[in-house]
Design a protein around this ligand. Structure first.
Ligand code: SAM
Length: 245
């Protein structure tokens, strides 16, 4: 039912993505651990470590495509409980799981959950000290719009940080990674989440996403300065950082 020509490519892609995350929401955290061998935890810690949120009341962040809350929880904890943030996602099922996890951890006072599209944030201009997005931007049909929105909602002096799958830059590792992603991940998705096609789709979306240098250029085009990236696990994932100056 995704082949209608009357919907634009963007709408069709977003509908597919929404469907995938509605179906996987309840098993999302378990699947993340299985598919990345737990590495996603180290990668998220690396992003929050580089962000280095200050222990200062009034420091605010928005975690876009925040899903079940992992990144937001880490930021609040790294700030010693002083940071407040908005967890924003297009998908109510993912946000529902995130809100419940936040409640169990006692983090609800620090966090607000908002259902919205990264391409058109229902958030005011210049409101945040940091904008984070982890494994989210490759699912957004029009990345340039999401980056423009990131720039808009950040305060001058604010920081953009993105964690995303990227291009493996280590010879031989790329071969193992191909095997893992094209064979193992759809198989695990089929066995555990009973949804092989959704995981096949996620793997394909990783391959279509721009590499480190090309994504850095897109971030600069949106207006960010001092754009840098760090590879994780040989480039399986990368963190991009930029500043609104
Ligand atoms: N950031 C979380 C993490 O790292 O565990 C969740 C990542 S999950 C792979 C991708 C998330 O992007 C999903 O929760 C999905 O609903 C969300 N998403 C997809 N398209 C979006 C859009 N256009 N705007 C906002 N969120 C979107």
């Amino acid at each position: 039912s995704y082949g209608f020509s009357r919907v634009s490519d963007g709408e069709e892609k977003q509908a597919r993505v929404n469907d995938v995350f509605h179906r996987v929401a309840e098993r999302y955290d378990l699947m993340n651990d299985l598919m990345s061998g737990g590495l996603h935890r180290a990668w998220k810690s690396a992003m929050v470590g580089w962000l280095n949120p200050p222990r200062r009341a009034g420091w605010r962040f928005v975690d876009v495509a925040g899903g079940t809350g992992d990144v937001a929880f880490r930021i609040v904890e790294a700030s010693g409980g002083t940071a407040t943030g908005t967890v924003l996602d297009i998908n109510a099922s993912m946000l529902g799981v995130g809100e419940e996890r936040a409640r169990k951890r006692g983090l609800l006072p620090n966090l607000t959950f908002v259902e919205a599209n990264a391409e058109a944030l229902s958030l005011p201009d210049a409101a945040f000290d940091a904008y984070t997005i982890a494994f989210g931007i490759r699912n957004v049909p029009r990345i340039d719009l999401a980056l423009a929105e990131a720039f808009r909602v950040l305060k001058p002096g604010g920081r953009f940080m993105c964690l995303e799958f990227s291009e493996v830059e280590v010879p031989v590792l790329d071969k193992f990674y191909d095997l893992w992603s094209f064979r193992a991940i759809p198989a695990i998705g089929g066995a555990v989440a009973k949804d092989r096609d959704s995981y096949q789709y996620l793997v394909e979306s990783i391959r279509r996403f721009p590499n480190q240098a090309n994504f850095a250029a897109m971030i600069e085009t949106a207006g960010f300065e001092r754009v840098r990236h760090r590879n994780l696990s040989g480039g399986i994932a990368a963190i991009h950082s930029g500043w609104k100056l």
